[in-house]
Design a protein around this ligand. Structure first.
Ligand SMILES: [Zn+2]
Length: 164
């Protein structure tokens, strides 16, 4: 029999309910069927490996939160993009910006690629030098959960994230 979730050919499938629809799945996919994490906003079932990667993304977000200083502002999710765009808008190279805020070019490159999360002091210098805001009001845990639910994570979002 064919698993309708991962497409694997297995001797036996199990019928499970996914968003009110009956789907034949293999033993491996059975656990995903009952988990809301593997379903996109529109109810489409994501392949388990995609769901895993979405899970990891969620984990990274949580890990990062641990390092945030307490206070009501937190580093915006798209800080690297904001820095790059602002720098380019002002016609500055990585070196130019580095000189301006007394940082090495490699630091600027790393921050813009998202490889390095800038410490608070660096964030402040970048904000001043580029005349931008890199911090956003932090949401309480409950609000984050609500926001995640309402926005959902679509496969399209995932592809966009991957391209970065
Ligand atoms: Zn399967």
């Amino acid at each position: 029999m064919l698993c309708e979730m991962c497409g694997a050919e297995v001797p036996r499938t199990k019928l499970v309910m996914v968003e009110g629809a009956a789907v034949h799945v293999c033993g491996k996919c059975e656990k995903f069927a009952s988990s809301p994490a593997v379903r996109a906003k529109d109810g489409a079932v994501l392949l388990p490996d995609v769901a895993d990667r979405l899970d990891n993304r969620e984990k990274r977000r949580k890990e990062r939160d641990i390092y945030e200083t307490s206070g009501e502002l937190e580093l915006a999710e798209d800080y690297s993009e904001r820095i790059r765009k602002a720098r380019q808008r002002q016609g500055m190279s990585h070196e130019d910006l580095g000189r301006l805020i007394s940082e090495k070019k490699s630091v600027i490159v790393k921050v813009e690629s998202g490889e390095m999360t800038p410490p608070d002091k660096l964030v402040e210098r970048l904000e001043r030098a580029l005349n931008i805001k890199l911090k956003e009001p932090a949401l309480a845990a409950g609000e984050v959960r609500k926001a995640n639910n309402s926005q959902g994570m679509t496969l399209g979002d995932f592809i966009k994230v991957k391209k970065k």
